[in-house]
Each structure stands twice: as C-alpha cells, then as structure tokens.
Write a protein that binds this ligand. Structure first.
Ligand SMILES: [Fe+2]
Ligand SMILES: [Fe+2]
Length: 194
C-alpha cells in the first residue's frame, strides 16, 4: 500500500491492480497489455480533428435520449473498457467501486459520491441504442488534436498512421491554435467524457 496525503487526509491506495500488477502499466508483457496496446493503436490512428468536430456537432445537441441515472448505470453491465490495463469487469462495477471507495474516505461529501457514480456513464456510447461506437471512439486517455501529438501520450508511435500527423496545418506545436488560447478553446480526442 502507498500513502497518499492531502492537506487534511491520509489514506492508503493499493499498489496492485485486479491482475496483480502495478496500476497503469502499459508495457508489461501480458495478453491484457497487448490488447490495450492494440486498442491505442486503433485509437491513435482514428481520432482526427474532423472526427472530433463531427461528434461534437452531433452529440452536442443532447437530443438522443432521456434516461434516469440508475437505468444508465445498469446499462454499463454490458460494457467492458478495453483500454483499461487494470480492469476487465463490466463498468457498472467500476462505478460502484469508485463511489463506495470515495464514500468510505469522504463520508460527508455526498456530491462526490454521486460524481464518482456517474463519472463514466458516457461509455454507453458503445451500446447500439447510443450509436454503437467502437471502443476507440469512447474510451482511453484523451489527447489534443489539431496540433502535433504530444510525445507524452502512451504508445505515441501509432500517431504516425493518423492522417492528421502529416497535415502541415496540424503538425506544428500549436497547430490550428494560438499560444495560451485556453483549454476551453481546444479540441480533445472524442470520448465518454464528452
Ligand atoms: Fe472515464
Ligand atoms: Fe473511470
């Protein structure tokens, strides 16, 4: 267990994930890590600025569905996140574990329990009734598009196969943006957080 401390709290975080390995280890040689790498290859090749703009326009209208939160949690019983090197259980378990762990550490912060419970509901985008998108369009770490892909992204080498990689307008450090334009004015790869 490792100690994590903030100003007024100290709690213990486990060092091993559900597979008995270090958390967020993207390089270890196991079947799980190989399939995670395969996931990132497809994601890095497919997430282009055009795709992000199209999805923002379409899903930004918020006209697809009305549903209560618990019903939506239950739908995640059918969703496994292929980008997660630490978990291959249905996402409803991830929601409940996150919410309960936070309730244990912060019993009086009910807004935070709720936040944990709903933080990954966007993964329903993989289900047919929400568009049935492939995993690369829904999960995984996000990154800036419209400018050079940063080398700190996991499995960076696969960006070379993304059509935007060779676009002269997008391949410079700031790309289509201006220096210091602010996070609200940039395009991130599309996913469940959107
Ligand atoms: Fe998430
Ligand atoms: Fe999550």
């Amino acid at each position: 267990m490792s100690k994590i401390s903030s100003d007024d709290e100290v709690f213990l975080a486990p060092e091993m994930n559900a597979f008995g390995r270090q958390f967020r280890d993207y390089v270890a040689d196991s079947e799980r890590q190989k399939s995670v790498e395969e996931f990132y290859k497809t994601q890095h090749i497919s997430q282009t600025l055009d795709f992000v703009k199209k999805m923002r326009n379409d899903y930004g209208r918020l006209d697809k569905m009305v549903m209560n939160n618990w019903k939506c949690c239950e739908l995640l019983n059918e969703v496994v996140d292929e980008s997660d090197p630490d978990l291959d259980e249905p996402q409803i378990q991830h929601l409940l574990q996150s919410a309960e762990a936070i309730r244990k550490d912060y019993p009086n912060e009910d807004w935070l329990h709720l936040t944990a419970l709903i933080h990954d509901l966007g993964k329903v985008l993989t289900l047919p009734q929400f568009g049935g998108f492939p995993q690369w369009a829904v999960v995984g770490d996000t990154f800036l598009v419209g400018c050079a892909f940063d080398e700190s992204n996991v499995h960076h080498k696969y960006f070379m196969e993304n059509p935007d990689f060779h676009n002269p307008n997008y391949k410079t450090k700031v790309g289509i943006y201006s220096e210091g334009c602010g996070l609200e004015n940039v395009f991130m790869s599309w996913g469940h957080d959107d």
